[in-house]
Write a protein of this length. Structure first.
Length: 599
């Protein structure tokens, strides 16, 4: 899972960066599209400074979103005007438009459709009373994680002072921002409120705990700023607690309003996610995954019985250490995994690649991210450091005894998850994507590609022999296939309104191996973010379909490493755009394809 990222919505946020980049020499239609993108980003920056923080853009970290009814209306009107402009650019380019421009037009149109779908059809901002407070907490947490360190990445002591000034200014603006933003929540939903309330307590704890401790240490020589910080922090915490109190008092009376209907769901898949499938087809893919995952576990169970080798840490992987040694153990396992990738020529590893810090998942994210997750390096920041979030179990031994699906308790489980989140999964893939010279491609965040790539790697490592004779890695690869299958069934059913949350939880718990409580949390997350969790299933299917076609065309010249290098050179874009371009480029040397992508 990509923590703190949100599929196509991330492209809306990311476009806030375009005005800082010089436009290349282009054709007239491409230049028009570039101007449209600049207009889009300028409005996005004005409306949502939290976006700039997420992407590492300086100059906006002290501001909060405008969040007014008039601003919402202006945004919708402007989105419609931009969509008309994309249509006009496409007409001007004509049928002979260069493939890159044709792809960029598709991507820009889908981006606009995604934001309009969220605002007009799904009305997401109208339904989630906790969302403004959680957005604020996320932004502050990102600032805390990325506080400058003098002498690192060119930072100075003055940069640290400015960073704290920005945090203080944003906290001072927080109560008024929350009041404005919550007035826009005119159709609050029960499930949104319940899930949001479970996160807000951890957010308040972040502000009073880790953020407060950092302020005391780093603002000791600036007592007036520290005093302002404490007052602003306490006011922000009070506003967050007031949000919790409002939810607690009213949530039981709020309706269930997360379903959009089958027709709207299928339109979202087609127009926003650029997927060539309807919900019914995705459900069938999910059922096929379930069947295959169960079959894999049956074969592994038979092997375990014949060899008298148990599942769990005793299968050969070895239990991870408890306590403070766990962080170092994670570092060692990621290093081991990286060496395997290099030795088995899975993909080329660039010299400029940064590193990953192992960080405990903050309390406000644990209700929606019970396992490991990755925060990639911010797209336009100088730092190339990623954060690998882990949620240590209360007891590793207890997690091992129940073969817990969400808690990595031994060597093989840690490596299996790290292959998805870190190497060669999200950390590597997104680090490469951020170097895209094509701005529209660079700013894409198609979940079908990102999650499809990371999911595809899980089984690939089983087949390449990463786990040797151990059973734990293959077992959990099979069980996570069942999880992805269950998700691909539950998502369209919930979004269409054909299943209740309770029906979805029953299937999810039965098929995934999650505890009842974990299944409830997972289903709630699926219901509130329709179209995301299907990305694993659909993306892996599309990737494997493309892999098969490349093998057919290249024959004995096929190289898995070269295929992976090519695949990651097109940015995080949907396969409906990527696949035709990759196939058309097969005659180009792979080194030239990598160089054109900036790596």
């Amino acid at each position: 899972m990509k923590s703190l990222r949100s599929g196509l919505a991330a492209f809306f946020l990311a476009l806030t960066t375009l005005s800082a980049i010089a436009a290349p020499e282009t054709s007239a239609p491409a230049a028009r599209l570039d101007r449209l993108a600049h207009a889009y980003l300028d409005a996005a920056v004005a409306d949502n400074p939290f976006a700039a923080t997420a992407l590492g853009l300086p100059g906006h970290d002290g501001a909060v979103p405008t969040a007014t009814e008039a601003g919402r209306g202006r945004r919708i009107a402007q989105l419609h005007a931009w969509r008309d402009e994309v249509d006009a650019i496409e007409r001007e380019a004509g049928a002979q438009a260069a493939p890159a421009l044709a792809g960029d037009l598709k991507l820009m149109r889908a981006t606009l459709a995604g934001e309009l779908g969220a605002l007009e059809r799904r009305r997401s901002d109208r339904k989630d009373y906790a969302a403004p407070a959680l957005s604020l907490i996320n932004a502050i947490y990102t600032q805390l994680l990325n506080l400058p360190v003098a002498g690192v990445d060119g930072a100075t002591a003055a940069d640290l002072d400015r960073a704290w000034d920005d945090i203080v200014a944003r906290l001072e603006a927080a109560p008024a921002y929350l009041e404005r933003a919550q007035r826009l929540v005119t159709e609050p939903g029960r499930l949104q409120g319940q899930v949001g309330a479970s996160q807000l307590g951890g957010g308040a704890e972040l502000l009073t705990g880790a953020l407060g401790d950092a302020a005391k240490a780093q603002l000791a020589a600036r007592p007036q700023t520290l005093q302002r910080f404490v007052a602003a922090r306490d006011a922000a915490v009070a506003a967050i607690q007031a949000t919790q109190a409002t939810i607690a008092a009213k949530v039981a009376a709020w309706p269930e309003n997360h379903a959009m209907g089958r027709a709207a769901y299928d339109a979202m898949l087609r127009d926003e996610l650029l997927l060539p499938y309807a919900g019914a087809e995705i459900e069938r893919m999910g059922r096929d995954e379930l069947a295959h995952g169960w079959a894999e576990e049956a074969w592994l169970t038979s092997r375990s019985q014949l060899t008298h080798q148990p599942f769990g840490a005793a299968s050969g992987g070895g239990m991870a250490p408890e306590g403070r040694a766990l962080i170092g153990y994670y570092r060692e396992r990621i290093a081991e995994l990286t060496e395997f990738v290099r030795r088995h020529e899975v993909i080329s590893l660039p010299d400029w690649l940064g590193h990953m810090e192992i960080v405990e998942t903050p309390a406000f994210l644990q209700p929606v991210s019970p396992g490991a997750s990755m925060m990639s390096p911010r797209m336009f920041a100088k730092s190339t450091t990623g954060r690998y979030f882990i949620t240590p179990p209360t007891s590793l031994a207890a997690a091992a005894a129940r073969l817990d699906m969400n808690q990595d308790f031994d060597r093989d489980r840690i490596i299996q998850t790290a292959a998805h989140e870190a190497m060669p999964g999200h950390f590597l893939q997104l680090s490469i994507a951020h170097r895209q010279p094509d701005l529209v491609r660079k700013l894409q965040d198609a979940s079908s590609f990102a999650e499809g790539w990371a999911y595809y790697g899980e089984e690939m490592f089983v087949r390449l022999g990463l786990y040797g004779d151990h059973l734990d890695g293959p077992l959990f690869a099979a069980r996570w296939e069942r999880v992805r299958g269950a998700r691909a069934i539950v998502d369209p059913k919930l979004a269409a309104g054909e299943w209740s949350v309770e029906q979805a939880v029953e299937l999810y718990e039965r098929e995934s191996g999650f505890t009842h409580e974990a299944a409830q949390a997972a289903v709630a997350g699926i219901a509130l973010n329709p179209g995301y969790v299907i990305a694993y299933t659909v993306g892996r299917y599309e990737l494997q379909t493309l892999l098969a076609e490349v093998m057919r065309r290249q024959g004995t010249a096929f190289s898995l490493r070269d295929f992976h290098d090519r695949l990651l050179s097109y940015g995080t874009v949907p396969f409906s755009v990527l696949a035709p371009e990759l196939l058309a480029d097969l005659d180009r040397p792979v080194a030239a394809v990598r160089a054109a992508a900036g790596w």
